[in-house]
Design a protein around this ligand. Structure first.
Ligand SMILES: NC(=O)c1ccc[n+]([C@@H]2O[C@H](COP(=O)([O-])OP(=O)(O)OC[C@H]3O[C@@H](n4cnc5c(N)ncnc54)[C@H](O)[C@@H]3O)[C@@H](O)[C@H]2O)c1
Length: 435
């Protein structure tokens, strides 16, 4: 794009009108902040009293700085409260839906408000209208696509749906609108969303992830379950501490000061179940301490059963392949360690060995053959060079760093189960996060 055309594009963008449907905590903050950014923001809510409050220059919620920004926007004419959603939809280039998605009694999310808003949009758009519909309400993976297909795909308008997860925290929502961790936008393959990114990603210093709709939708659930996990973890581990004469203030400081292994990306990588000489043993002792407590604990006692269930699911995965000749390419519990204690791959191998119907070979250059002969004589006789393992196997079970070594050796038609380090995160950018 030349300088002149990019200036024209910027001008077009600046003149885009943004319509916001839903004036709750999310909607009104978006109205306030997008108007502060200089855009003309139309807004509506099914509850007319909320629209009336905005018309009077008031905020429908108590949130720092919002009322002041609304007043400023009304004075400048950049905030236009509207009684009629149809008019709002007709006049907006970008429609941001900020309606609630509460839980139904069985826990499933209620998408009715989102459906209603999409029906309003479908009724109000005309042939050839070009609109972006930005879904901001938190919904499970697939919901945006589902609601769009059910309500908006049959219109004669040119509608581009995107999912733009909201990460604000009540109490610091305006600050969070500018000072967010990263910008995330989900879109369909092939859709051009450059203008939206330019408008919505207000803090270009923060990293930006443009991804598919489902990944963007799920990002909220990853974040929120992690926040909940941290809270429950802290409450359980430190309340147990108090029962054993531990100084909680000091132990909290000691724990959080470690930004190498504790408050860090370490151990957040999806992959194999945990194992090794420490985690399982120390969690069993923690379980023992919990057994002496009068308080009920749920999270900490769930760790070993969850890990065991994961091993069982790996075992099922191998068994479902119905192959009798197996090769384990990688066996110790981690790269560059010969330690086999409670290695998940060894637990898998032992379960298959107990079954009795498998011929198993092993390759792992981290193994110490001398130690193996003494401590695990039955495994010693299974170890082979990688070429022999591949030659004899119908199914190759690869873990640790060995996928790249294995793939050139693999024969045609031979199956591989990939439990290797890059089974999910083969993206170079993500790799570097964990190296
Ligand atoms: N509140 C938060 O801190 C927060 C943070 C991140 C994400 N979210 C998500 O954002 C979404 C909105 O949350 P909220 O807290 O702002 O909800 P809210 O209940 O405060 O506001 C929703 C608003 O939508 C209005 N509405 C319903 N149907 C409508 C329609 N057809 N047209 C116009 N308006 C309509 C309601 O009257 C209500 O005012 C939810 O999915 C929520 O999970 C909320």
């Amino acid at each position: 794009m030349t300088f002149a055309t990019s200036r024209i594009r910027e001008e077009v963008r600046r003149n885009m009108r943004i319509g916001i449907l839903g004036l709750g905590y999310v909607g009104i903050v978006n109205v306030a902040c997008l108007s502060k950014e200089g855009y003309t923001v139309l807004c509506n809510d099914v509850k007319s009293q909320k629209v009336d409050r905005v018309k009077r220059g008031e905020s429908p919620i108590n949130e720092p700085k919002v009322a002041q920004l609304i007043k400023e926007g009304l004075d400048k004419g950049t905030i236009i409260p509207m009684d009629d959603p149809t008019e709002l939809i007709k006049q907006s280039d970008i429609i941001i839906t900020c309606v609630g998605t509460p839980s139904r009694p069985d826990g499933e999310v209620n998408l009715d408000y989102l459906r209603n808003v999409c029906s309003d949009i479908a009724r109000s758009v005309g042939e050839g209208d070009k609109k972006y519909v930005v879904f901001r309400s938190t919904v499970p993976p697939g919901a945006t696509e589902h609601v769009f297909n059910a309500h908006l795909s049959e219109t004669k308008a040119d509608i581009t749906p995107v999912f733009y997860p909201e990460f604000l925290r009540e109490g610091s929502a305006v600050k969070d609108f500018y000072d967010y961790g990263r910008f995330v936008l989900g879109k369909r393959e092939g859709d051009d969303v450059t203008d939206l990114i330019e408008i919505l990603h207000v803090n270009k210093e923060r990293p930006s992830f443009i991804t598919d709709l489902r990944t963007a939708e799920y990002s909220k659930y990853i974040d929120n379950s992690f926040h909940a996990l941290k809270i429950v973890f802290a409450n359980e581990i430190f309340s147990l501490a108090t029962e054993h004469g531990v100084n909680v203030k000091d132990s909290h400081a000691i724990f959080t000061a470690d930004d190498k292994l504790n408050i860090s990306k370490r151990y957040l990588r999806p992959g194999l179940p945990f194992g090794g000489s420490c985690l399982p043993k120390d969690l069993r002792e923690l379980q023992h301490l919990i057994g002496q407590s009068e308080r009920e604990f749920s999270l900490l006692p769930s760790l070993i059963p969850s890990n065991d269930a994961f091993i069982s699911s790996l075992l099922d995965k191998v068994k479902r392949k119905k192959k009798a000749k197996l090769a384990f390419i990688g066996l110790t519990f981690k790269n560059d360690s010969d330690d086999l204690r409670e290695s998940p791959m060894l637990r898998l191998l032992e379960a298959l060995r107990r079954d009795g119907s498998y011929q198993i070979h092993i390759y792992d250059e981290d193994l110490q053959m001398g130690t193996l002969r003494v401590d695990y004589p039955h495994l010693y006789s299974m170890v082979r060079p990688i070429e022999e393992c591949v030659e004899a196997a119908e199914l190759l079970i690869v873990s640790k760093r060995y996928l790249e070594t294995l793939l050139p050796l693999k024969k045609r038609g031979q199956e591989v189960i990939n439990f290797s380090d890059d089974q999910y995160l083969s993206h170079p950018e993500l790799e570097s996060l964990y190296s």
